[in-house]
Design a protein around this ligand. Structure first.
Ligand code: NDP
Length: 295
């Protein structure tokens, strides 16, 4: 292709993007989050605050589905042509991966879909959880390049976050989980796309730059069964759970001397911001939304 054709193609792409933007700004764009349970989800609030920033008319609802009924629920929702996309939370991220027509590389690597985008050629599945985590860590000035990371937990959140952490240039990721089998398969899965970066936790090893709690333990105020030594000297400790006050995990890390402790609200807002960008091509101001939610 010569330069003139390239320019024409890019001009036509820009035109299409502009037409799409105008269209999105004059119709009501329907979105939802599928989950079970779903009542606790903050996604509608976050996306309505994003949409306000661009005067975009959106409707964003919480959709409860029975655990075996994701496909029926998704097909019923997307039968309405004014639906532009959806977020997916527990326990449907894998069902969504199987349902969409096309997958992004992030979703493929994460083995899970948390964002569905309606396109002219069908439904695309993406995963923005890792982007949300990495963006939040970087916004807190946590260095990821060459860092040695410990992830506690080997569920969907850990798996979703790993590809973006690896892409951020970490040196190693060590995985500790109550069920060792799940940790082993996450190590193998990660090493299948980035050789030798992941390994299983060894009790002798306590020298990490960043410690990330990717379990749901903080929801019940419990701590993982792992030595306090991991906090000593760890420059940053992160808990994916967000509560109205610091989680038990973060409080414990502070007691052990850790100075930088971060909860999961920033991850939540940044993964939502990425989904919003995938639907509307707009990058919302996440700080404004964070201030509103913390306020
Ligand atoms: P999963 O159910 O897939 O995994 C749960 C993880 O927690 C597993 O590693 C599990 O270990 C561990 N766990 C649960 N109970 C215990 C226990 N009693 N003792 C030890 N380990 C336990 O959930 P997700 O991975 O999807 O989510 C984990 C957390 O991350 C959730 O609380 C969720 O709210 C949060 N999250 C936050 C996000 C954000 O944007 N801030 C995004 C996604 C998730 P085992 O394998 O042994 O069962």
């Amino acid at each position: 292709m010569n330069v003139t054709q390239d320019a024409a193609k890019s001009y036509s792409k820009n035109q299409q993007a502009q037409v799409r933007k105008v269209f999105l700004s004059i119709t009501i764009n329907k979105l939802c989050v599928f989950g079970n349970p779903i009542a606790q989800s903050k996604s509608p609030t976050i996306h309505l605050l994003f949409a306000e920033q661009f005067n975009l008319p959106i409707e964003y609802e919480k959709r409860f589905a029975e655990t075996d009924a994701f496909v029926a629920s998704a097909e019923a929702f997307f039968a309405d042509p004014t639906t532009v996309g959806a977020n997916i939370t527990m326990p449907f991220k894998h069902d969504a991966l199987e349902w969409v027509d096309e997958l992004s590389e992030q979703a493929q690597r994460a083995g899970a879909v948390n964002t569905i985008i309606r396109t002219n050629n069908g439904f695309v599945g993406d995963n923005t959880d890792g982007y949300g985590l990495v963006t939040d860590l970087l916004e807190h000035d946590v260095t990821l390049k060459h860092a040695n990371i410990l992830i506690i937990g080997a569920g969907g959140a850990a798996k979703g976050a790993l590809p973006a952490l690896v892409e951020a240039g970490i040196n190693s990721v060590t995985i500790y989980n109550r069920s060792t089998g799940k940790a082993e398969s996450l190590v193998a899965h990660t090493n299948s796309y980035k050789k030798r970066v992941a390994r299983l936790y060894d009790i002798e090893e306590n020298n990490f730059d960043v410690v990330i709690n990717a379990t749901s333990l903080s929801l019940s105020g419990d701590l993982p069964n792992i030595t306090d030594k991991i906090f000593e000297g760890a420059p940053a400790v992160y808990d994916m759970v967000y509560l109205s006050e610091p989680t038990a995990f973060l409080k414990h890390a502070q007691t052990c001397g850790c100075k930088t402790t971060i909860d999961g609200l920033g991850m939540l807002i940044n993964q939502a911001a990425r989904s919003f960008y995938l639907w509307f091509g707009e990058e919302p101001n996440t700080q404004l939304v964070s201030d509103r939610l913390r306020g």
